[in-house]
Design a protein around this ligand. Structure first.
Ligand code: AMP
Length: 489
């Protein structure tokens, strides 16, 4: 892996194996319990040493990125109640949990001579990692992913695009922080195929010129990111195959891949494959995939694809009844990569998870809260059920307006937010990124409003248009609706 910028800023396979074995030996000796270990830090190869040390010592790891605010880090530590926190970056918690800092980790790596016996490794049904996602109440919830779930994901992941398990050692690009499960895609597909992981730090991602030169130097062949991150790069004309000529596969997950993004990417990288994948953290990164061919790009919206083997997707109504093809309902996932539930939260687990017999086998199920529809074996994502609003009695999917705004001339990105007063939606505001700056935003807003009228009913026309240079993104690389000042419901 390459990333970081200090000692061990680049690790070979052998080094990663030896160092993680040493740290695992230390954990086996010093820890009294098998509780998961919180690993705090950023894009640093030492993070991988810590992750693998945990699982080699029979403990799950819980990755927490430096971009997570301190009070949330503390909430996570409070929820996990780890015996030990491995802090690759400085961390000052107010609690009494034992923290092994970077110096302590480096000292352990120098001092240890042994390794952990393979019998100690986490196996089959053991939890391999716990990733915290935001809960609707504001308290983060820890999604437990077992080693089997991860294995099932990897066995499918290596078949993406034209296949990644052909003995070629590819360079994978890592955009997402390790506390976002999208990073599991680049991390474990690169580890499994003996490739190289090239991590982009948040400093690098924060400056376009630095980012472009990092991309150029990376030699990256497989790109893994949210579509928003690709949009941000596409805003610079230099982002094309002349800059990163070896990029042959774009893997997307986490949010809607629009036709516009796919089209622009296809023109900038005509030789590369674009693959859209879909899935929540609760079903281990992604469970559907589709290659976005030139023919498919003519279809709007783009599908999110067909299920991986071992996964079944059902579309259900509010009473949990299966709906036929072509009918919109809640996306429910059943299969071998569905999580065992939320860490120490049986109440939340019971609400969202269940079980179902499919083809004679009992699988865990997860109700996603996403709305979608199946047609000809393809899944179509239709937005979050909780992004569905009512305005003056009309039922509106904000994603519907956004999708139509993107069809308008000159619009490169759009987010629509409801404006609430006294618990009710009063109006809609559109945040728009335009290809060209207009000196008269009012007139430009009027033009978009007029053009949008041709596409959606009047009640879906936003009252206000705000023009931005780019949409704010969360640390995970999705559009940050909260930063735009909106409230979901
Ligand atoms: P996370 O658990 O953070 O990965 O977020 C999962 C959610 O992201 C899903 O439940 C969807 O709402 C959304 N999502 C994931 N993949 C896609 C996709 N390909 N297209 C649209 N939305 C997606």
């Amino acid at each position: 892996m390459r990333g970081g910028g200090h000692k061990y800023s680049s690790l070979t396979w052998r080094e990663l194996d030896i160092l993680s074995g040493k740290l695992a030996a230390r954990l086996c000796r010093d820890c009294r319990t098998n509780t998961p270990v919180v690993v705090y830090g950023h894009k640093d190869p030492l993070m991988l040493v810590c992750f693998l040390a945990c699982v080699k010592s029979g403990r799950a790891y819980c990755p927490v990125d430096v971009s997570v605010p301190l009070n949330r880090v503390e909430a996570i530590i409070d929820a996990v109640k780890p015996e030990l926190v491995l802090a690759v970056e400085p961390l000052k918690t107010s609690g009494g949990t034992l923290v092994m800092d970077r110096a302590g980790i480096l000292a352990a790596l120098e001092q240890e001579t042994g390794t952990a016996a393979p019998e100690r490794y986490v196996s089959a049904d053991d939890v391999f990692y716990i990733i915290f996602t935001s809960g609707s109440t504001g308290t983060p919830k820890g999604v437990q992913i077992t080693r089997d779930c991860l294995d099932h994901f990897i066995q499918w992941g290596i078949t993406l695009g034209r296949g990644l398990d052909d003995g070629k050692r590819r360079v994978f690009l890592n955009q997402a922080p390790f506390s976002f499960d999208l990073s599991v895609m680049d991390l474990y597909l690169s580890l499994y195929t003996g490739g190289c992981l090239f991590a982009l730090s948040k400093e690098v991602q924060g400056d376009m010129n630095t980012l472009l030169s990092a991309l150029e130097q990376s030699g990256a062949e497989v790109w893994v990111s949210t579509p928003s991150f690709a949009d941000m790069c596409l805003a610079d004309k230099k982002f094309c195959d002349a800059l990163a000529s070896r990029l042959s596969l774009f893997l997307f997950c986490g949010e809607t891949l629009t036709n516009r993004t796919a089209d622009r990417l296809a023109s900038a990288f005509p030789k590369a494959d674009i693959v859209n994948t879909y899935g929540p953290t609760e079903s281990t990164v992604a469970v559907t995939q589709v290659r976005i061919t030139p023919e498919l790009r003519l279809e709007t919206p783009l599908p999110v694809g067909e299920e991986k083997p071992g996964t079944w997707i059902f579309i259900q109504d509010e009473e949990g009844r299966d709906l036929p093809d072509g009918t919109v309902g809640e996306i429910v996932i059943a299969g071998d990569s569905v999580s065992t539930g939320y860490w120490k939260r049986p109440d939340l687990t019971e609400r969202a998870f269940g079980a179902r017999i499919v083809e004679g086998v009992r699988y865990r199920t997860y109700r996603t809260g996403d709305s979608g529809m199946k047609r000809n074996g393809q899944l179509y994502y239709q937005g979050r059920m909780d992004f569905q609003i009512k305005l003056h009695g009309y039922r509106i999917e904000l994603g519907d307006i956004e999708g139509n705004l993107l069809k308008l001339e000159g619009v490169t990105a759009a987010a629509v937010l409801p404006i609430m007063r006294e618990g009710k939606v009063r109006s809609l505001t559109a945040y728009v990124v335009a290809e060209r700056h207009s000196s008269d935003n009012f007139a430009e807003g009027q033009r978009l409003r007029g053009d949008l009228r041709a596409l959606v009913p009047e009640y879906m026309i936003p009252k206000k248009f705000v023009f931005l240079d780019r949409l704010p993104m969360t640390n995970n690389g999705k559009v940050d609706r909260r930063a735009l000042g909106g409230n979901k419901k």
